[in-house]
Design a protein around this ligand. Sequence first.
Ligand code: PMP
Length: 428
Amino acid sequence: SAVAAAPTVRAPLPVLGRDVAVPLVTGGEVTYAALDYAASAPALQRVWDDVAAYAPYYGSVHRGAGYLSQLSTDLFENARRTVAEFLDCRSGDQVVFTRSTTDSLNLLAAALPEGCEVFVFETEHHASLLPWRGVRVTYLDAPGSPAQAVATLERALADRDPYGPALVCVTGASNVTGELWPVRELAAAAHAHGARIVLDAAQLAPHRAVSVRDLDVDWVAFSGHKLYAPFGSGVLAGRADWLRVAEPYLAGGGASRKVARRADGGVDVEWHDGVARHEAGSPNVIGAHAVASACTALAEAGFDALAAREDALVSAVREGLADVAEVRFLSLFGDDAPRVGVLSFVVDGWNSSHFSAALSAEYGIGVRDGLFCAHPLVRRLVGSEAGGQGECGAPDAGSLNAIRVSFGAGTPDEHVERFVRAVRELVR
Ligand code: PMP
């Protein structure tokens, strides 16, 4: 097969859910092929084991004098250090634990300095496109190449007041096409024009090493549930300056250093100026521990090896379907542009929702169809003005949804082989 012919770089990492049996409409059962990593990746077995080992001992973080509370506080703060190391942060950078990428970017949006302008490509996920409310936002046109992306940003930034604050928000890897964006070059362009840059690494961090120092980005955001850890944990890492003086993202205990009743009956509050300022409430210590465990596991596996294996799987899909004229892959930068294990496509003569449903019902393959919370991009690539009226990414009558297949560190060759075979059979 195409997969067998590709270099096998390493065995897939053990993940949960490898043995889930699903019934087929044609009769019998098959093990579930999770090919929707871009939505949520299965947890690494290692992450699950680390969480299970700690679970009997958890206590409240930063709050108790007892042994378990101290243990949990250590674990939480160690997780912060592990994430900082994973992202190769600069000294002085902060790692704020959030709930998700969406939460991280909303936190940053709430911390923008007065008069800040925001620049964002229309091709972004809605989590990057939409949090910038109450500020001037310039939406940049979809570029046709990485070089054009840099040129487009340069042009937009050249017109702005270089002394006013500005933020550029870019994706590291598209959740629709999987294509890698020229983050280092975009960061250089931003900085040359006095702007800051935040990297949406939701799709990049699970697949490629992300170095804050090397990319020279000001902040990075990612989600635990796409990085082989559970839901409800995310990260915003980067410069402390804007965050230190911003109003706390959530007001409450933990964020406040001193609260006192005033003589006039009101209340005076002094907020913390470290990470605690934006981490009000009892923190998600299990989530942070799980994210740190995933970071350690991925770093140990090595991103060069993980990426090489993933490249082989991407090639297997592309080559396995190359002669199927009905399948059209979606890309901005060209079919051969470097990408992570994410591919979207449409199938001539098929409604994408029906096609995805058939992959599930007849082959036990879980993919996704829709607009992937990136409506402007998918509409542009699919060439449809209809659609996108329903819930985020949900199919609605008359829309031309795309189908997305995505995989990662836990994907066995067999899942990709089954997918290629299934698509060929369905089209036939
Ligand atoms: N950015 C990108 C590129 C994504 O793919 C996603 C998730 N699909 C997000 C942001 C949002 O992540 P979350 O839903 O975990 O907040």
